[in-house]
Design a protein around this ligand. Structure first.
Ligand SMILES: *Cc1c(COP(=O)(O)O)cnc(C)c1O
Length: 236
């Protein structure tokens, strides 16, 4: 059994309500239906008990960015019959990709072709993939994400990989740039992708601080951590 502290559960419930309301408001402002946007709660650094509480509160999708932590949490919860859909959203090494594909339902951070074969080999059922596109200015040494110019080639390879299902794009607004401008750029990149891959309808964009801008620019999934769970412990 996983013990859920009632006070913590109440705290998560209250924050979850606020985030759900923000999403509903953002959808209303954008003339979209609230059902068009799925909340992925990012539980990195927080214990499996928090995930269990969130699932009780109706959360169906959770995101993690570190393989070892994600694998351990997914196993601990599966052992007691708790199986949310796991989104892997972190930097991915090709030697870990196969292991990630064994528990992740969605791998959001695919940013190079080298990851595709190992992901497909590790997949025990069809794994959904999102291509992480960089919104950093061209020429900057962007941290993660495929450059927009290289996206079409990567999408073609992902779509052609058996065992993987190309679902769409993921992006993070660059620090220091107006998120509205970054997400407007993302919307154009997405339109180009959809013209060739009409099945790639998912757009994962927007976090605690900028989800409204992402919803305004077509996000179908928002990845929210601290606004639901509270601030994360400092990175060791
Ligand atoms: C941590 C993380 C988030 C959530 O960030 P918050 O600001 O806590 O909402 C979203 N996306 C990615 C890729 C992350 O690593």
């Amino acid at each position: 059994m996983i013990e859920i502290d009632p006070a913590r559960r109440a705290e998560l419930a209250a924050r979850l309500d606020v985030v759900r309301e923000r999403i509903a408001q953002a959808c209303a402002s954008a003339g979209r239906s609230a059902e068009e946007v799925t909340l992925v709660v990012v539980t990195k650094f927080f214990p499996a008990a928090d995930v269990a509480a969130l699932v009780e509160l109706g959360v169906t999708e959770v995101g993690e960015n570190r393989h070892q932590e994600a694998e351990a949490k997914a196993a601990e919860l599966a052992a007691v019959g708790i199986r949310p859909r796991w989104h892997f959203i972190g930097g991915l090494q090709s030697n870990k990709a196969g292991a990630v594909a064994r528990y992740a339902d969605v791998v959001e951070s695919v940013d190079r072709a080298k990851l595709l074969a190992p992901l497909a080999r590790g997949a025990t059922r069809e794994v959904e993939v999102l291509l992480q596109v960089s919104l950093d200015p061209p020429g900057s040494d962007h941290r993660s994400g495929v450059a927009p110019a290289d996206l079409a080639a990567l999408a073609e390879q992902a779509a052609a990989t058996a065992g993987l299902r190309l679902r769409g794009l993921m992006a993070v607004a660059p620090l220091g740039e107006d998120p509205a401008a970054a997400f407007a750029r993302l919307a154009r990149i997405r339109a180009d992708l959809l013209a060739v891959h009409p099945e790639a309808t998912v757009l994962s964009a927007g976090m605690s601080g900028d989800l409204e801008h992402a919803v305004a620019h077509g996000a179908t999934h928002v990845r929210v951590g601290s606004a639901v769970l509270g601030s994360r412990p400092a990175v060791k």
